[in-house]
Design a protein around this ligand. Structure first.
Ligand code: NAD
Length: 458
């Protein structure tokens, strides 16, 4: 059952704001927790989450009540909102925000602008945020959202208006101590700055300065944190370093390949290359390139910035999708979209280790193939926590009116992510499970503990 409520955001700029907003803001659909289940009619990404969750919950013997709660998101918000385009036409966009769980802290998660954005994807990504924050020991819950849109089809001015109108439509469904968005695929610091500005503009003037932490991943000049832009890639690099130390492998000369050369992939590649590792193949939405002697990630990034993708990069050979997957390397870092390592593609991989920088890059069948073939995997809910860890630092700095320097941010990030790595390894040994299941067990234990201590109202 879907209940419809009309939402009126507060807006102190106008004396008749709430009446105006009530008429201008599109109706907001909210599926409350007990109304949103089950999602059996949809086969998709959330099924992958449930399969992973159920496996760990069974091994752990998770409390049935806690299991019941975590199996579904708390709130699902869909807003359809109109925007005037440059040519004068009005187009309506679908925006999503799924809030999975907030027992450990405010809802937290990125906003994605992509044609594939839908409720199922947001639901899965929101649940992964819940597990991720629990693994990292960050006091946040899980949320995710975005707009179903191909951003390349719109001008920068249109993207700004679409962003602002989305934030306006979400109204009080986000908030600095309630639900805090961040960047994800096709969104960046500039978009976070527009979110901040729009949100603050709808607050009473005297409240604005204490709402800076409504969004993270902002530009530093707009209240962002040093090191946030590279944080997810930096976290991935710290995880690879930790694995290399543990396995007595030298980073110098280690070969790796990266899928996705956006924020996460390009930062991970640059930071690992600075430690002596050799990037041998890269794939993005435009194609794939390989050079066994090594690709300079800084040069490749300059090419990507100029031409929009890796295609046409002259210092490496253009290869097919299959060639890319069959590249011989030590490490594969998927840093693009979900469902890339599947029953079809997993058998092609010739790597020793998969470090999941993207969310959900490996489906359940892909996982089984990797394990059968002896390819080690470090899971997304550990490897890409760098982003949410530094988002937490940004949130704290905003709340405390502080600005930490980069060395401080990096040192704190390293401590937290390597601590999480060690905890996952320990759980792996104690429960005799693979790393993904161990990370889930760790997350579920922490969530279960919180529910047991708090109890369930009433
Ligand atoms: P981005 O938009 O900056 O980059 C995405 C990259 O993926 C681009 O290079 C794009 O060309 C490539 N890509 C898209 N579709 C592809 C396809 N079909 N095949 C190959 N490449 C493709 O996004 P990002 O912020 O780097 O996010 C990448 C992944 O990391 C996502 O799964 C995201 O959820 C995850 N993640 C991001 C952050 C963050 O802080 N940005 C944090 C945690 C996890």
């Amino acid at each position: 059952m879907i209940t419809q409520t009309t939402y009126a955001p507060s807006n102190a700029d106008s004396h008749s704001a709430s009446t105006e907003a009530a008429t201008r803001t599109p109706p907001l659909m909210r599926l409350e927790q007990e109304q949103a289940r089950p999602h059996q009619d949809e086969q998709g990404l959330f099924d992958t989450v449930l399969a992973q969750f159920n496996q760990a919950a069974d091994i752990l013997g998770l409390d049935p009540g806690v299991r019941e709660i975590l199996e579904r998101p708390k709130n699902e918000i869909v807003v359809n909102f109109p925007v005037r385009l440059d040519d004068g036409r009005i187009e309506t966009f679908a925006g999503y925000r799924v809030q999975h769980n907030d027992v450990l802290g405010p809802f937290k998660g990125g906003l994605r602008y992509h044609p594939q954005v839908n409720a199922d994807e947001a639901r899965a990504l929101a649940a992964w945020m819940t597990w991720k924050c629990a693994v990292a020991g960050v006091p946040f819950g899980g949320a995710k959202g975005g707009i179903q849109i191909d951003p390349s089809a719109y001008s920068p001015g249109e993207i700004e208006r679409i962003t602002r109108r989305f934030v306006y439509a979400l109204g009080d469904n986000i908030g600095p101590d309630y639900d805090i968005p961040a960047p994800d695929v096709n969104t960046n610091a500039q978009i976070m700055a527009w979110i901040l500005d729009t949100y603050l503009s709808t607050r009473p003037a005297h409240e604005r300065q204490r709402n800076l932490h409504v969004v993270t991943g902002k530009p530093v000049a707009a209240g962002g944190s040093a090191g946030r832009e590279k944080a997810t890639g930096q976290g991935v690099a710290f995880v690879v370093e930790e694995w290399a130390t543990e396995n007595n492998v030298a980073l110098d000369g280690l070969t790796f390949m990266v899928q996705g050369f956006g924020n996460v992939g390009s930062w991970a590649a640059r930071l690992l290359a600075r430690r002596g590792a050799r990037l041998v193949a890269v794939q993005d939405v435009t194609g794939a390139v390989r050079n066994d002697r090594g690709i300079d990630p800084e040069e490749l990034l300059a090419h990507v910035r100029r031409f929009g993708g890796v295609e046409g990069y002259s210092q490496a050979e253009a290869i097919t999708h299959r060639d890319f997957f069959e590249t011989a390397a030590d490490v594969f870092i998927p840093a693009a979209l979900e469902n890339q390592i599947t029953a079809r593609t997993a058998p092609w991989l010739k790597v020793r280790l998969v470090v999941e920088a993207a969310n959900g890059p490996t489906d359940v069948a892909g996982d089984m193939v990797l394990s059968r073939n002896g390819v080690e995997l470090l899971p997304d809910i550990l490897c890409n926590t760098g982003g949410v860890i530094v988002s937490y630092f940004e949130w704290l700095q905003n709340k405390r009116h502080e600005a930490w320097d980069l060395e401080d941010v990096d040192a704190r990030l390293k401590k937290m992510i390597t601590g999480a790595y060690q905890m996952v390894r320990r759980t792996e040994r104690e429960s005799v499970v693979d790393a993904r299941t161990a990370a889930y067990i760790l997350a579920l234990q922490r969530l279960e503990h919180a529910y047991k201590q708090r109890g369930i109202f009433p």
